[in-house]
Design a protein around this ligand. Structure first.
Ligand SMILES: *[C@@H]1O[C@H](CO)[C@@H](O)[C@H](O)[C@H]1NC(C)=O
Ligand SMILES: *[C@@H]1O[C@H](CO)[C@@H](O)[C@H](O)[C@H]1NC(C)=O
Ligand SMILES: *[C@@H]1O[C@H](CO)[C@@H](O)[C@H](O)[C@H]1NC(C)=O
Ligand SMILES: *[C@@H]1O[C@H](CO)[C@@H](O)[C@H](O)[C@H]1NC(C)=O
Length: 800
């Protein structure tokens, strides 16, 4: 466009004028009568000052006639010389050049060209008070045109344009102050300028402009204040400069109705500051605000006034005050109005007021809850977000409100919100559902609307708040068996387990809690182990900053479903940890290292290390006994594509245990008898002094060699020591339902602890008290060593 215009101008300059070209016109002012624009532009480079004065003037007059002329002058190259002339030492030339440039800069093409000329520093230079008002007027006009562009805005700021511009706000010439105000308004769209305007003392002159005779200036000054007061310090300055009195004057004057919406926004910005609220309250401002809230058919004013109320309600003292003024009633009315921005602002005010306990109840008593629930079906995203926030706050620690939302069928709509795209809406909805689901009746109702499926996507969110709230909601819902099964089916455990990798403390806490709750079923626990939850929890346990009682709880819950890993990691199986088919003792694994599965271990080449001891109680063909056993024992934790060979010797031992030990009536006798059975199977009693002669190491190496495997079934061990005997004892005891623990000590020592009653319980129940014993399986098999006595400690620590 610029090029084309230039060409046309050149042609028009040469040709005899007849066609309707913008440049056909010639100059009327006396000195240049009959001259073409091209000639005048050439004159801008004249050495004679007289000519320059007149040429600038002629350019201005020509440019004033319209955009086509401006583009024409641009094409003829007028900008270059004009940008030079604004710094000319002759005052008149400077002034005329500025007038010409100011007029031309109003055009978009000229602006683009001007941007490239780096003219902003010289313009700012001429804003000094030494220049006359005309220069100020046109220099600011130029900058006002340029300041819509963000590169120019930055240049004005960097070249210290703000101080002189703020000074010019107080110019007696309304054009100068309006132009300066316009530039400043454009600048304060950026954060750095917003702060600078306050620091440079811009607030008092801006407040003075509120009294201007020109509505345009008043409006622009208020808008600028609206932007500036997003900063807290600016609000303080505004208050110190009696700004609120000035703004309240505007709000009280019906002649200034046009200004009320913006004025209310300034007030809203400063309302979080309690001193301001006090100030406004003292001046009867709160009553005035309520009047605005109730102004019918003025949605913009109403919504801004409600925003002020929401801000006022940020402090607890103010909430009390508002509650006394019965603000809840007004807010419930506003929630039913047509205008979306009023309803949104009302929801925000409800959220804020909900921190006042009495207000929560008032909203319910006034029938506000079904009204908010209805807003969940609105088309406006912003309104839905505000409505979910209000419900989240209303139901926080308030059961009656939870029931009210439920009664209004809010839970169904809230579950639908979980599929939405706005993170805050999702987070708020999850929080509300979590608040509500504390009640069993509501929980079941929420689940019936497929809440678990709906939570799966939020669990994959990248938004922290969404994750915090949806994990919490899940933890509350997952206390129902049905919910856990649903989570497994909906593949929700995967994202849940993945959250263990987060570094956000709150998300991690909630995820651990949810995992802990979900671990109360075997299938969900097993699935989470498969997904690597245990390894991740172990890693968390390594980190002082990440581990917590929540992560420990989750780990313990999961380990209870993975006994080989539990024993390897913790070295302790409780009497409630019942060993089942497929249990293996892989020894102590260094913290943080993953414990390999049996299948993975079976694939390793034969090595020099201690064998993995396998407990395989399964028989090839199922007998009646086994069916019975299957009922008692939990499912094996891992799938077994690897085929374990039957351990016939173990089956024989088990048969003996059932035959001989179960019929015994005395617990001590049972214990001693089982100890002897174990000892006989693994080489009999060995004196403490002869331990080093006992050939167990060689025996195990031979077994590994014969089997060509690192995994040795326990029944094959004919020469075993503490560790092997204690495991066999635990395994047989669990099978015949005798309570005992399995504990690993240092140097791979291991032992069993049993709890027996002292005295004869059948004689005198009162006198019998439980006592802990360590079972000797090595030296005097069947001997019971009272725990913590020197003899017991000796058995647990000395030897080899
Ligand atoms: C500044 O205020 C105007 C309205 O006066 C508003 O449209 C604009 O979004 C605000 N700018 C910023 C950055 O807050
Ligand atoms: C209630 O809503 C406000 C937002 O207005 C929020 O900052 C606050 O944390 C919420 N309070 C509760 C208890 O949920
Ligand atoms: C849920 O998320 C919102 C943000 O949307 C937050 O304000 C609120 O405190 C959260 N609620 C809970 C119970 O963590
Ligand atoms: C967790 O870490 C602590 C401290 O390092 C350790 O004592 C404990 O045995 C670990 N727990 C598990 C189950 O690994």
């Amino acid at each position: 466009m610029g090029k084309k215009a230039k060409k046309e101008c050149e042609e028009a300059g040469k040709k005899v004028k007849k066609e309707e070209s913008p440049c056909k016109e010639t100059f009327e002012p006396l000195p240049f009568e009959g001259k073409t624009p091209a000639t005048i532009v050439l004159l801008l480079s004249s050495p004679e000052e007289d000519i320059l004065v007149k040429a600038c003037e002629a350019i201005r007059i020509f440019a004033e006639k319209g955009d086509e002329n401006k583009v024409c002058l641009l094409g003829l190259g007028a900008l270059g010389p004009l940008c030079q002339l604004i710094t000319h030492i002759n005052k008149l030339i400077r002034r005329n050049a500025f007038m010409a440039l100011g007029i031309m800069a109003n055009n978009g093409d000229v602006r683009i060209a001007l941007k490239k000329k780096d003219v902003i520093p010289s313009i700012i230079d001429k804003l000094s008070l030494a220049e006359d008002a005309v220069v100020h007027e046109f220099a600011t006009l130029c900058l006002a045109s340029l300041s819509v562009d963000f590169v120019c805005k930055a240049q004005i700021f960097d070249n210290k344009g703000l101080p002189p511009l703020i000074q010019l706000l107080s110019s007696p010439d309304p054009d100068v102050s309006k132009n300066s105000l316009e530039i400043i308004f454009n600048l304060v769209q950026d954060h750095q300028s917003r702060l600078a305007v306050r620091e440079l003392g811009g607030i008092p002159p801006l407040l003075d402009l509120l009294k201007s005779d020109f509505p345009v200036i008043q409006q622009l000054a208020l808008k600028t204040l609206q932007n500036v007061t997003t900063d807290k310090d600016a609000c303080n300055t505004l208050r110190e400069e009696q700004g609120f009195e000035k703004i309240m004057d505007i709000l009280s004057n019906m002649e200034f109705r046009d200004l009320h919406a913006v004025a209310l926004r300034v007030v809203a910005n400063c309302m979080s500051d309690s001193e301001t609220v006090q100030l406004i309250q003292n001046g009867g401002g709160l009553t005035r605000l309520m009047e605005f809230v109730l102004t019918p058919n003025m949605p913009e004013i109403q919504s801004n006034a409600v925003k002020c109320i929401a801000r006022v309600a940020q402090s607890s003292d103010n909430r009390k005050l508002l509650h006394e003024q019965n603000v809840e009633k007004v807010l419930v009315e506003l929630l039913s109005l047509e205008d979306v921005s009023v309803k949104t602002a009302a929801c925000q005010a409800v959220s804020a007021m909900s921190s006042h306990l009495a207000s929560k109840d008032s909203f319910r008593d006034l029938g506000g809850i079904p009204v908010v629930v209805r807003l969940l079906s609105d088309d406006s995203l912003v309104l839905r977000e505000a409505a979910t926030q209000a419900l989240s706050n209303l139901t926080h620690s308030n059961q009656l409100n939870a029931f009210a939302v439920h009664e209004a069928k809010g839970h169904k709509l809230l579950v639908q919100q979980l599929y939405g795209s706005c993170p805050r809406t999702v987070a708020n909805s999850a929080a509300t559902l979590g608040n509500m689901a504390g009640q069993e009746v509501i929980r079941c109702s929420v689940l019936s609307h497929r809440a678990i499926q709906a939570l799966v996507e939020p669990l994959k969110s990248r938004d922290t708040q969404v994750l915090v709230n949806s994990t919490l909601c899940l933890a509350v819902l997952a206390c129902e068996t049905e919910a856990r099964a649903e989570l497994l089916r909906a593949r929700g455990l995967h994202p849940l387990v993945n959250l263990l990798q987060t570094y956000d403390k709150e998300v991690l806490h909630n995820a651990c809690w949810a995992i802990n709750v979900c671990a109360s079923d075997v299938p969900t626990a097993v699935e989470m182990c498969k997904l690597g939850a245990l390894e991740m929890l172990q890693q968390i346990n390594q980190s002082v900053t990440r581990r917590s009682s929540f992560s420990r709880l989750a780990m313990i819950s999961l380990l209870n479903f993975n006994l080989p890993v539990k024993y390897s990691l913790t070295g302790h199986l409780a009497s409630t940890d019942v060993i089942s088919e497929g249990f293996y003792d892989a020894g102590k694994v260094p913290a943080g290292q993953r414990i390999l599965t049996l299948v993975e271990l079976s694939e390793q080449p034969v090595n020099e290390q201690r064998p993995i001891i396998l407990v395989n109680t399964a028989t090839g063909k199922k007998t009646e006994d086994d069916n019975q056993k299957d009922e008692i024992q939990p499912e094996p934790p891992t799938e077994k594509p690897w085929k374990m060979t039957d351990d016939v010797s173990l089956q024989i031992l088990l048969k003996k245990a059932k035959e001989f030990i179960i019929p015994l009536s005395d617990e001590r006798e049972q214990c001693a008898c089982l100890a002897r059975l174990v000892s006989e199977a693994m080489g009999g009693a060995v004196e403490m002094e002869k331990m080093h002669e006992f050939p167990w190491v060689l025996h195990l190496s031979e077994l590994k060699f014969q089997l060509q495997s690192n995994i040795v079934p326990i029944g094959l061990i004919r020469r075993g020591i503490y560790r092997h005997r204690a495991l066999l004892f635990k395994c047989l005891a669990d099978c015949i339902r005798m309570s005992c623990t399995l504990v690993r000590g240092e140097y791979n020592r291991a032992w069993n602890e049993v709890v027996l009653f002292n005295g004869n319980p059948s004689n005198n129940e009162r006198s019998s008290k439980p006592c802990r014993y360590i079972v000797d399986l090595m030296h005097q098999p069947g001997r019971l060593l009272t725990a913590s006595t020197p003899a017991a400690v000796h058995y647990q620590t000395t030897g080899i």
